[in-house]
Design a protein around this ligand. Structure first.
Ligand code: RIB
Ligand code: CA
Length: 313
């Protein structure tokens, strides 16, 4: 089967970095047409820099990296340096990128790419706030029907919030953008905290990354050593949750995940629950299903795949 053409929309972020590395290590299943940076974990200047750092770490400087939106649609940017560090990629010492940013705005790249490829052949993989995707849909409504699928990391139901009691970070930062995407009619697969909080980098699993004894292996282990502090302190968890790599792993081995096709709507009005993904998991309403909302992951299978593929870089 031909590899799936994708655009990775991202706010690196250590977990975004691992998701990009996994994609670039899997050419049989995934053809990365480009990477689009969005403001999120850290401001746009840093996410656009970090995305290039990761492509260079993977030895894939041919991948075009575009800078996108530097703030949410209708509200000030909220960042997460408390989780990812000042640079957004704290942990390993990695060289500044030599590859330049690609010419043009990320939103225009998304629009032009979807128009240039046959309908239903390009998948969007948002790993951060949905600002770039929503802006592209608003600017060029014709592209929505051309999207094969949106496979995104965001939201939560049983796990509730990680940035507020009710909301997950990616959705919380730009709830209006998320509302546009979830109401767009595009086919959506959601990797919520309900799944990503099971994808924990335990010490044993991080040792397996280190044991690869490669630039990539050591960099991933050092990113995890830094990134795990927040979740270990907050949740007492056994290690860092690899949120965004769940998106890439789904493209490679979807059978690692299971969930329900349900209705998911975004809270955009209430200050108390702003950014909450109101997932009708128990189908108690007659609201039409609009997303495949994942609930379970084979965590060991996920890490076995990740470790095997990172060994290729
Ligand atoms: O809530 C986790 C998500 O927010 C991940 O994508 C992480 O990188 C941050 O963007
Ligand atoms: Ca992210």
């Amino acid at each position: 089967m031909a590899p799936r053409k994708i655009i990775i929309d991202t706010d690196p972020g250590q977990d975004d970095a691992v998701a990009i590395l996994l994609a670039l290590a899997s050419p049989e299943e995934v053809d990365v047409l480009g990477v689009t940076a969005v403001a999120g974990n850290v401001p746009l200047e840093l996410t656009a820099k970090n995305a290039r750092i990761v492509c260079e770490l993977a030895g894939h400087t041919q991948i075009p990296v575009y800078a996108g939106c530097d703030r949410p649609l209708n509200r000030p940017l909220v960042t997460a340096e408390h989780v990812h560090g000042k640079t957004g990629l704290d942990g390993p010492v990695l060289p500044d990128p030599e590859m330049p940013l690609a010419e043009g705005h990320a939103v225009d790249f998304i629009i032009e790419t979807l128009r240039a490829h046959d309908p239903g052949t390009v998948t969007l993989c948002p790993l951060g706030p949905l600002t770039n995707i929503a802006t592209a849909f608003q600017k060029a409504p014709d592209i929505v029907d051309r999207v094969q699928e949106i496979v995104l990391m965001g939201g939560a139901y049983f796990e509730v919030g990680n940035i507020t009691p009710a909301a997950e970070f990616n959705i919380y930062v730009d709830p209006e953008a998320a509302d546009i995407v979830f109401k767009s009619g595009a086919h959506i697969v959601v990797m919520p905290l309900d799944v990503t909080h099971d994808a924990l980098v335990t010490p044993h699993r991080n040792d397996a990354f280190r044991a690869l004894d490669s630039k990539v292996g050591h960099a991933v282990a050092e990113m995890t050593d830094f990134f795990e502090r927040f979740d270990k302190e907050k949740y007492g968890s056994e290690g860092a949750p690899l949120h965004d790599p769940c998106v890439t792993a789904y493209l490679i081995r979807p059978e690692l995940f299971s969930g329900r096709h349900i209705n998911v709507e975004i809270e955009t009005q209430s200050e108390l629950t702003l950014g909450m993904t109101v997932a009708d998991w128990w189908r108690v309403t007659d609201r039409a299903p609009n997303a495949m909302f994942m609930g379970d992951v084979d965590a060991q299978g996920f890490f076995d795949l990740l470790t095997e593929r990172l060994a290729r870089l």
